[in-house]
Design a protein. Structure first.
Lengths: 375, 98, 225
């Protein structure tokens, strides 16, 4: 009985919506696009955060930078010995890395000396992003101008796997000899140091001891790195959402106008329905169904579009925003992640306000006396 | 056919799509796992600290390693993680091609 | 059987523009009769019909329906009674524009939620009976005045009510169509329906099928014939 009644109400709600099909279809389209835009941002950032968490799980536990006059500076190798005296440090190593701006493609590369992998002098292993930007493949020679103006020809030995592009697109791995010669990097110095700590629970303790032993150093912990990424995308998400807020408000006004502003005609209809034996609750249910059908369709459709956009079409509409002025940008497909909590939030901020917008003015009209139609 | 039947058909279709995304996410996760593993291995091997998302400027490439006062070193509209970067316009001298 | 006991209805009650549309009417209306309420506009005949049809509650006095005092019932119960007992043909017909004729006729049946097939068949039968079957899927705004009224009558009959209330049914009809309406009214009465019609059209008031003529003036009974 209840269900039969609701089904009749749905029938009528659809007939009623169909009367102004142009407007309601437009509403559906706009609504769907708003949901799709919001859902894209949500899905994209959530998936990216997930990737960052997994990709950076193996990041060094502690990175030690040296600060001179508040700026980064090179770390002398004596620091390694001084750290050696701090208890709890299992492994320590100096890293050599830096940036190179390539004017031919206006891109920044990250040059790095791999700690384990052997690279012959004059050879280089590049990330997929560089290979793409330079149109280079294995065997080609990259000619880079060093800090004193000499041209260094680097032969591409290998290209890092495209799978790892999200962390390696702009990497350029060179040998230590080449690195020091190319940058005129002072001997006995490193860019920074990395440590491994025997007991993961002591990481913070060790960092404190190092800060005491080397007062000009700045330790960066793995958990801080991971937190940087978790919060960074929160903020980015906020930026996009802020940009979208205008659209959401515009939609809100549009929807309010459509849903809430009951015209004289609609008021008259409510009176007729009540006069022919509809209860106030039936009238309200009818209008709620109208709103619910539109918003449910828009929500599901928008979410599906967003899902396809982000995971099948690699979030094409969002990349310009993340890319900024960057020339090298990794090509990656994200592992789809569906977070029910996020979905619920999206549902709450899109469907509920629309339905509520219908309900408030409707109440006044629906409780009006049915005899008004006879007057 | 009743209009409600049509509506249910549409909603069931969309609902099926919705469920599909859930299944696809589970499936995609395992497919992507290999790629993620490759990336994670490289991270461990090279001691990488950051995602290669923002290569536009030195201080945006390794966000977690950046100075606290790094922004505005290159150009102010670089879309970096400091809000001011998105709020201040580029000086005229910086506009135009690189 | 419907009894009205000293029924009064005020609009804008306790306000400066208070107006007593019905001011003390006592009446007993038997079932299976065709009663016409006659009076000039503003005489309170339409308001009286809304009180009889449970569309509104009297400001004071009692309305009894088959011995039950319905004047104190809450809105919900009145709606249920209205749905089961009364069918309304409004002066302006009040069909819902943009909706098909068939759906307009079926509308009052929705809250009781009978089987869809049953309700639809009943609606089609009614349309057939009023020679409107071919218009079942047309929109109501495409109908002529006479057709609109017949759709309104079909809608009033969909829940098979005991009482059909028609407010100024011939106001927008020419003589031929008004006579058509009277034929329908006669058929309905022959089926055992009670009809209550407000009108000041002599064609209706003087029709031979009228069982009883109630004259109203200024919200009171003028005289009963």
């Amino acid at each position: 009985m209840f269900w039969g009644r609701q089904r009749y109400l749905i029938d009528f709600a659809l007939s009623s919506l169909w009367r102004r099909k142009g407007r309601h279809l437009l509403l559906l389209v706009v609504y769907t696009l708003v949901v799709a835009a919001l859902a894209s941002v949500m899905l994209f950032t959530e998936a990216l955060k997930g990737e960052a968490r997994q990709l950076l799980a193996g990041t060094p536990e502690v990175v030690i930078q040296r600060m001179v006059a508040g700026r980064h500076d090179l770390v002398p190798e004596q620091y390694l010995e001084r750290i050696g005296r701090v208890r709890g440090v299992r492994k320590k190593a100096g890293r050599l890395w830096g940036y190179y701006y390539d004017p031919t493609v206006a891109a920044n590369y990250t040059l790095m000396v791999p700690p384990e992998r052997h690279i012959a002098e004059g050879s280089v292993v590049v990330g997929e992003g560089i290979a793409r930007a330079r149109g280079a493949s294995v065997g080609d020679v990259l000619a880079l101008r060093s800090s004193v103006g000499e041209v260094f020809p680097f032969r591409i030995d290998a290209i890092l796997s495209a799978e790892s592009e999200l962390v390696s697109a702009d990497l350029m791995l060179v040998s230590e000899v080449d690195f020091r010669r190319f940058f005129h990097f002072p001997a006995g110095h490193y860019t920074d140091l990395v440590l491994e700590v025997a007991n993961p629970r002591e990481v913070r303790k060790v960092a404190e001891k190092i800060a005491l032993a080397l007062p000009d150093s700045r330790p960066i912990l793995r958990e801080e790195i991971l937190r940087t990424y978790a919060s960074l995308f929160d903020w980015r998400e906020g930026l996009v959402l802020t940009a979208l807020l205008g659209a959401v408000f515009a939609f809100g006004i549009f929807a309010w106008d459509r849903a809430a502003g009951l015209s004289a005609e609609e008021r008259r209809e409510i009176g007729v329905l009540k006069a022919v034996g509809w209860e106030t609750s039936d009238v309200i249910a009818l209008k709620l169904w109208e709103g619910a059908l539109v918003s449910l369709c828009a929500f599901l459709l928008g979410y599906l579009l967003a899902y396809l956009h982000v995971f099948t079409f690699s979030a094409g509409a969002l990349t310009p925003l993340l890319k900024g002025w960057a020339v090298l940008y990794p090509q990656f497909t994200l592992a789809p992640q569906v977070d029910l909590f996020q979905l619920a939030t999206l549902f709450l901020i899109t469907v509920v306000p629309y339905t509520a917008a219908i309900l408030i003015p409707l109440w006044q009209a629906a409780v009006a006396d049915p005899d008004a139609v006879m007057r | 056919m009743r209009k409600s039947t049509l509506a249910f058909a549409v909603l069931i279709g969309l609902g099926a799509g919705f469920l599909w995304t859930g299944l696809d996410a589970v499936r995609g996760d395992s497919e992507r796992a290999a790629a993620l593993e490759a990336g994670a291995r490289l991270t461990r091997e090279l001691g990488l600290t950051d995602l290669c998302l923002f290569t536009e400027a030195r201080y945006t490439r390794h966000l977690s390693q950046a100075d606290w006062h790094a922004p505005f070193q290159d150009h102010p509209m670089a879309l970096e993680h400091f809000p001011s970067g998105a709020l201040v316009g580029v000086p005229a001298t910086l506009r135009g091609p690189h | 059987m419907i009894e009205l006991i000293d029924v009064k209805k005020a609009f804008n009650h306790h306000r400066p523009n208070e107006h007593w549309a019905v001011n003390g009417v006592s009446l007993t209306l038997e079932g299976n009769r065709l009663t016409v309420f006659q009076g000039p506009s503003g005489s309170g005949k339409t308001t009286l019909l809304t009180l009889i049809g449970c569309l509104a509650r009297p400001t004071s006095g009692r309305v009894r329906l088959d011995g039950k005092d319905v004047s104190g019932f809450p809105e919900r119960f009145l709606t249920e009674i209205r749905r089961g007992t009364f069918g309304f043909v409004f002066q302006q017909y009040h069909l819902l524009r943009g909706i098909s004729v068939l759906e307009n006729v079926m509308l009052p049946g929705y809250p009781a939620a009978p089987r869809y097939g049953t309700l639809r068949r009943r609606a089609l039968e009614l349309l057939e009976r009023f020679e409107l079957a071919h218009k079942a899927h047309a929109k109501v705004e495409w109908l002529s005045g006479g057709e609109s009224q017949r759709v309104a009558i079909a809608r009033a009959l969909i829940n098979d009510p005991a009482v059909v209330i028609a407010d100024e049914p011939t106001a927008h009809l020419d003589t031929a169509l008004a006579k058509g309406f009277l034929t329908i009214a006669e058929e309905l009465r022959a089926q055992g329906k009670t009809l209550m019609i407000s009108s000041h059209d002599p064609l209706v008031c003087e029709a031979p099928i009228v069982d009883r003529l109630v004259r109203l003036r200024d919200g009171r009974l003028a005289e009963s014939a």
